[in-house]
Design a protein around this ligand. Structure first.
Ligand code: M6R
Length: 608
C-alpha cells in the first residue's frame, strides 16, 4: 500500500525515481511525488494528484541534475487524494515519504503546534516530518533525529527521509511496512518493493522491523532503534525484468491469467509425484510425527487469499480424514475471542506477505504458541520471515491489483500440505491418488480451458457488460469459486456482484432476481448435480439471466451455457475459476475501467 523509492549515487535522480514509482504504482495510485536535493542542499519538490504519469509530465518541465532523492505513490489513508496530501511531505529542513499509519499523530500534532509548527495537509505523515525536524534542531545527526522520533510514534511505517542540512544521505526505517535497500556501484536505491530495483541492482538488504538504515553513495549502514549498529545481510533479489513487463498483453491482468499454467507448474514442481503418488513440501520444518499430530488447521487470509483458503479447505477435507480445516478472514479473526484447539497449525496465506490484518493474526497466533506456516508468494516478505515454516507459491511477480495466478497456486499449495498431513496420518494411496493425479494435470487443463474459451468469454462480456448487478452461485466446492468470481467482477468490473451458496438462494437472495441482474451459475456433473440444478431451475422460474459454467453435456436451460471439456473432476472448480477471471477482465475492458489499477484499491494492504 503506497510505494516508496529513493536514490543516491552518480545518476540523475529524477528518472530513476519516476521509473521506480511506475513499477510501484500498483501499490497505490491516487497521487505521487518526488523530492530531490542538489549538493548545496537545495530541494526540488514535485507532487501531483493522480497517477505517476501526471507527475512525470511535471518532472519533464522541472528537470534537475540532482543525484539524491526520494519518491512516493500514494493510496490515501489520512486525508483525501490531493496534491496537498501527496508525499513527500516537507517541514523545515526535512523531506519525508511514508507508508503505513502513525496512530498517535493527533497527540504528536497537538504537542508540535505548541512549538509553533503549523500543518498544511491532513496527513499523519506531515506530523512525523515535523517531529523529525523538531528533534533535529538538537540532535547530532539526521539518524539520531529519526531514531528519536520513531521512539515516540505508535503505528506502522516504512519511511525514507532527506534533510537539506546533509544532502549526502537518506535515512530509511521500517516497522510493519516493507523497505528494501538496493546496493550498486557507488549508488544506493531504496524501495518498498523489489520490483522498483529490477534492472538497477540485484544486491539487496531487507530491513527488519525496528531497523534504521543510513544510505550514502557508498552503501547502507543499519542501526537498531537505539542507534546501535546492526549487520546488514546482502541478499540476491529473485526477480527479473521479464516478470514485471506485460509481454505483449494489453494488461497485466490478462497476462497473469494466461500465466497460470506456468505459474502453477512452478508451484507444483518437485512437490507432487505421480510415480510414487506422494506430495512433499520442503520448508515446513515439521517432522512426520508432527504432521501426524495435527488435529486442526486454521487457514487465514484476506480477500482472494481467504477464498483460496476456503477453496482448499473444501477440497482437503474430502481426503484428510479426522482433521478440521477451517478458513478465517484475518481482519475478523484478529479481534475475535477465538479459542485455539490443541494440535493446531495455522496456515497464513498471502500473495504479498505484507497484508496488515493477516500479519496481525500471525503475530497473535505466535504469541499463543501456535505453529504457523506461510503460504506466501513474495520472497523475503514480512509474513514469510515471521512464520515458523512454510511454502512459497513461486508464481512470480503479480502486478495487477486483482489477484489471479496467486489464487490458483495458493489452493494448490494448501492442497499439497493437506496431502502431506493425510500421508502422515496413514490415509491410503487410493484415497489421495486422484487428487495428486489431478494436481499434475491442472496446468494443462487450465491452459486448454483458456485457449478454448477466451473468445467466448469476451463475447459474453460484450453482452453483459452493461448490467450493474450480478449473483455468482455455486454449491460445495463451487461455492468458493462463486465468492472469488464475484470479488473479481466487483473489483475490476465495478459491477455489484454477490457470491452465494446455491442452497442459500431461497433464503433471501432469490428476491433480487430481475432484469437488472445477471447470474453466473457454476454447475458440475458430480454427486450434487441434481441438487444444484434444482437451484438453477428455481432461478430460471423467476426470470434469471443465467450464465451457466459447467462440465456436463446434459441439456441445461439457461440464457448462456459455457461447456468446459476437462479431464478433471475433483479440481474442476479451479478451471471454472479461470473463466470467471476472464469474464471479469473483459467486462472491465468493455466498461472502460482501469483494469490493472482499479479505483480505490491497492495491491498490498499494509494498513488496517
Ligand atoms: O497480498 P495478499 O494476498 O495478502 O492480499 C490479500 C487481499 O488484499 C487480496 O487478495 C485482494 O483481495 C485482491 N485485490 C483480490 O483480487
Amino acid at each position: 500500500m503506497c510505494g516508496i523509492v529513493g536514490y543516491i549515487g552518480n545518476k540523475q535522480a529524477q528518472p530513476v525515481l519516476v521509473s521506480g514509482l511506475k513499477r510501484l504504482e500498483y501499490r497505490g495510485y491516487d497521487s505521487a511525488g518526488i523530492a530531490t536535493l542538489n549538493q548545496k542542499g537545495t530541494a526540488t519538490l514535485l507532487r501531483e494528484k493522480g497517477k505517476v504519469a501526471e507527475l512525470e509530465k511535471k518532472v519533464a518541465t522541472h528537470k534537475t541534475a540532482d543525484q539524491v532523492g526520494i519518491g512516493h505513490t500514494r493510496w490515501a489513508t489520512h486525508g483525501a487524494p490531493s496534491k496537498r496530501n501527496a508525499h513527500p511531505h516537507t517541514v523545515g529542513d526535512i523531506y519525508l515519504v511514508h507508508n503505513g499509519i502513525i496512530e498517535n499523530y493527533q497527540d504528536l500534532k497537538a504537542e508540535l503546534i505548541k512549538h509553533d509548527y503549523d500543518f498544511k495537509s491532513d496527513t499523519d505523515t506531515e506530523v512525523l516530518t515535523a517531529l523529525i525536524d523538531y528533534l533535529y534542531k538538537d540532535a547530532a545527526s539526521l539518524l539520531d533525529a529519526v531514531s528519536g522520533a520513531l521512539k515516540m510514534v505508535v503505528g506502522a511505517y516504512g519511511i525514507a527521509v532527506l534533510s537539506v542540512k546533509n544532502p549526502e544521505e537518506i535515512v530509511v526505517a521500517r516497522k510493519g511496512s516493507p523497505l528494501i535497500v538496493g546496493v550498486g556501484d557507488d549508488e544506493v536505491f531504496v524501495a518498498s518493493d523489489g520490483s522498483a530495483l529490477v534492472g538497477y541492482t540485484d544486491q539487496v538488504v531487507y530491513l527488519h522491523d525496528g531497523e534504521i538504515g543510513l544510505c550514502t553513495r557508498e552503501g547502507v549502514q543499519l542501526y537498531d532503534i537505539d542507534a546501535n549498529t546492526v549487520d546488514a545481510k546482502v541478499e540476491k533479489l529473485e526477480m527479473d525484468l521479464q516478470s514485471i513487463q506485460k509481454k505483449g498483453f494489453d494488461h497485466f491482468l490478462l497476462k497473469e491469467i494466461y500465466e497460470q499454467p506456468e505459474s502453477l507448474r512452478s508451484t507444483l514442481s518437485g512437490r507432487v509425484n505421480t510415480d510414487t503418488m506422494t506430495a512433499k513440501l520442503g520448508g515446513l520444518n515439521m517432522s512426520d510425527e508432527e504432521l501426524r499430530a495435527i488435529e486442526n488447521v486454521m487457514v487465514i487470509g484476506c480477500g482472494t487469499a481467504y477464498y483460496a483458503g476456503l477453496q482448499a479447505g473444501y477440497l482437503v477435507e474430502q481426503f484428510v480424514g479426522d482433521v478440521t480445516f477451517n478458513s478465517y478472514i484475518a481482519s475478523e479473526l484478529r479481534y475475535r475471542s477465538f479459542a485455539v484447539p490443541k494440535n493446531t497449525v495455522a496456515l497464513i496465506v498471502s500473495q504479498s506477505g505484507e497484508t496488515a490484518d493477516t500479519l496481525a493474526c500471525l503475530m497473535e497466533l505466535k504469541r499463543r504458541g501456535v505453529r504457523t506456516l506461510g503460504v506466501v508468494n513474495a520472497v523475503g516478505s514480512t509474513i514469510a520471515r515471521e512464520v515458523d515454516g512454510g511454502v512459497y507459491v513461486h508464481v512470480g511477480a503479480e502486478i495487477s491489483v486483482a489477484s489471479t495466478k496467486a489464487f490458483t497456486s495458493q489452493v494448490a499449495a494448501i492442497m499439497i500440505f493437506g496431502l502431506m498431513v493425510a500421508q502422515a496420518k496413514g490415509v491410503g494411496v487410493k484415497e489421495i491418488s486422484d487428487y495428486i493425479r489431478e494436481l499434475e494435470l491442472l496446468p494443462s487443463e487450465i491452459e486448454k480451458c483458456i485457449v478454448a474459451h477466451d473468445k467466448e468469454m469476451e463475447r459474453l462480456a460484450k453482452k453483459y457488460a452493461q448490467y450493474e448487478h450480478a449473483l455468482y452461485i455455486g454449491r460445495d466446492t463451487l461455492y468458493p469459486v462463486a465468492l472469488e468470481g464475484a470479488l473479481k467482477m466487483k473489483e475490476v468490473g465495478y459491477v455489484h456482484a454477490e457470491g452465494y451458496a446455491a442452497g442459500e438462494l431461497k433464503h433471501g437472495p432469490i428476491a433480487l432476481i430481475d432484469d437488472t441482474f445477471f447470474e453466473v451459475f457454476y454447475l458440475q456433473d458430480n454427486w450434487l448435480y441434481e441438487k444444484a440444478q434444482s437451484n438453477l431451475i428455481e432461478m430460471n422460474a423467476r426470470g434469471a439471466h443465467a450464465i451457466v459454467i459447467t462440465d456436463t453435456d446434459k441439456r441445461i436451460a439457461a440464457e448462456h451455457v459455457i461447456r468446459v471439456n476437462t479431464k478433471l473432476h475433483l479440481l474442476t472448480p479451479l478451471v471454472f475459476n479461470v473463466l470467471s477471471q476472464l469474464f471479469a477482465y473483459y467486462v472491465a475492458v468493455m466498461r472502460g475501467n482501469d483494469v490493472d489499477q482499479p479505483r480505490n484499491l491497492a495491491k498490498s494492504v499494509t494498513v488496517e
